[in-house]
Structure formats: C-alpha cells, structure tokens
Unconditional design. Structure first.
Length: 284
C-alpha cells in the first residue's frame, strides 16, 4: 500500500500507536503536512456545520455565538487562538503519550477547573494547587519508571485515543443551550473531526504542532469575525455578516466585506485543491 500522507493518517486511525516517538522531520515539512491534512478536515467540518444549521436549530441555541458577539476583538483572539489551544491540548492531547508527568499535568488542569467551577474557599484552592504543582514537580524530577504505563497504553491504545477524542468533542456541547443537548452527536461532530486530525498531528509530529493546528483552526474560523470587530463600523458589527444589505454599507464596510468574501472563497478553493491532491496521492 502507498505510504501517502492520507494513507498514513487512515492507518493511524485504524490502529493508533501511542508509543512510537514523533517523526524526526524538518519543521517546514511538519508544517506543510499538518496544513495539507487540515484541508480535508476543514471541508468535513463545513459539511457537518451545514447539517447542524439545517436540522438542529442550534444557531438559535448557541451560547458561544452570543459570547463572541460581546467580546472585543483582542479578547476573542487571545481566548480562542492563544489560550484555548494551549489549555485544551494540555488536557486532551498531552496525555496521549505514556509519560506519568503528561498524565499528571493534564489531570492538574482538570482538577483546577473543577475546583474553580465549584467555587471553593481561597485557602483550599491554594492548598490543592500547591499539591498539584508539587506532584508534577516530583514526577518531572524523578522521571519514574514508565514500563507499566507503556504496557497499559499499548494494550488500550484505541480506547485511550478515542476516549480523549470523543470527550474533547463532548465538552463542546456546553456551547449550546441545554434544550438541544440531546443532539450531542450531531452538534459536536465538527469538534470530533478536528480532534482526530489533532490527535494524529500530536503523535506524529509532536505536541507543539497540535497546539499550532488547534490555533490555526480557530483562527481560520474566527478571522472574518475578528476583522469585522477590529475594522468594521458599529452598524456592521451590530448586523453581523449573516443579513447584509451591501447598498446600505459604507465604502469601507463594503471593502471589508468584499475582502472577507475573497478570503472565504479562496480558502474553500484551497481546501478543495488540497483535499483533491491528498486523494490523488493515495491512489498512486
């Protein structure tokens, strides 16, 4: 069978290898392969998004859309393109490799979030936080024997990979009002699709590339909104990009909307071309 990028990816999804070290390749090649593989996933996300908007009524029950609308551009950028990729990759992709410090570090984020969500007293939070940091420091300095953990990861590789992937998708149901939560499998399908790609990138090229891929995805999706918030008029920001009356817009807003249209069309064409190339390579 051909060792094309797409074949390698599909083989990984059939039988995830969580033990093998990342491929030792130049950063430029890792970047190119990460972006190339993203093209086909972006198209799949678009298809999933179409079905979500058509059949779920999720657009009217989206909490995240309302939150985004009220955020300044810089807050949205820092939250979605910087903070979210780092935090979510630490929780969901970091523990895919069998190192005790990875698992402990991921668990630390989860425990800290649960503590903050339950609003504990400040002294208890500081105590638990100190215990978490101390435990992680111990694991980092002592580097405990990893044979048992590796054996566990070898035996349950498929379960571990897909558990982390599906949980990553499932937490995004909180982007919606509880009334549509029964549609969870459909509503979080885009996140699951992206998580499959990020999991492969993390294992094949390294953890930093998973963070980069996550930031790339969020940035691509949010760029029209970020540009509108940063440079659009108050009227354009209030009306959004869904129900536009181009004749009523100022010249600056028309130019801005036109640029966004070129970006969306160009991005779609680039993704179609990239996905077609991947499929063609798989045939040879």
């Amino acid at each position: 069978m051909s060792s094309s990028l797409l074949n390698t990816y599909l083989q990984f999804l059939r039988s995830p290898n969580l033990i093998e070290s990342p491929e030792d390749i130049a950063p430029k090649k890792a970047l190119i392969q990460t972006v190339r593989l993203y093209t086909i996933h972006f198209l799949l996300v678009m298809v999933a998004g179409f079905f979500i908007t058509q059949f779920s009524g999720a657009q009217d029950n989206s909490i995240i859309n309302a939150a985004i609308a009220d955020m300044p551009a810089w807050v949205l950028f820092v939250s979605a393109v910087v903070a979210a990729p780092v935090l979510e990759e630490c929780v969901f992709r970091l523990p895919m490799r069998p190192y005790a410090v990875n698992v402990a570090f991921s668990a630390s984020f989860v425990i800290a979030f649960l503590l903050l969500a339950s609003a504990p007293s400040q002294s208890l939070l500081l105590f638990i936080g100190g215990m978490i940091l101390g435990g992680n420091f111990y694991l980092w300095t002592q580097r405990p024997h990893k044979l048992i953990l590796q054996q566990f990861y070898v035996r349950y590789a498929i379960a571990i990979f897909y558990f982390l992937t599906l949980i990553f998708g499932a937490i995004h149901i909180t982007n919606y009002e509880p009334r549509v939560w029964p549609l969870l499998p459909l509503l979080v399908l885009p996140q699951v699709i992206v998580a499959l790609w990020l999991g492969f990138v993390r294992m094949r090229y390294g953890f930093k590339w998973a963070i980069f891929g996550h930031a790339l995805h969020n940035g691509c999706l949010l760029l029209p909104i970020l540009v509108t918030k940063a440079f659009g008029s108050a009227e354009l920001q209030a009306d959004g990009l869904e129900n536009l009356d181009m004749k009523a817009l100022s010249a600056v807003d028309q130019l801005l909307v036109g640029g966004i249209g070129v970006y969306l069309a160009g991005g779609f064409v680039a993704c179609v071309w990239g996905a077609w190339r991947l499929l063609q390579e798989r045939k040879h």
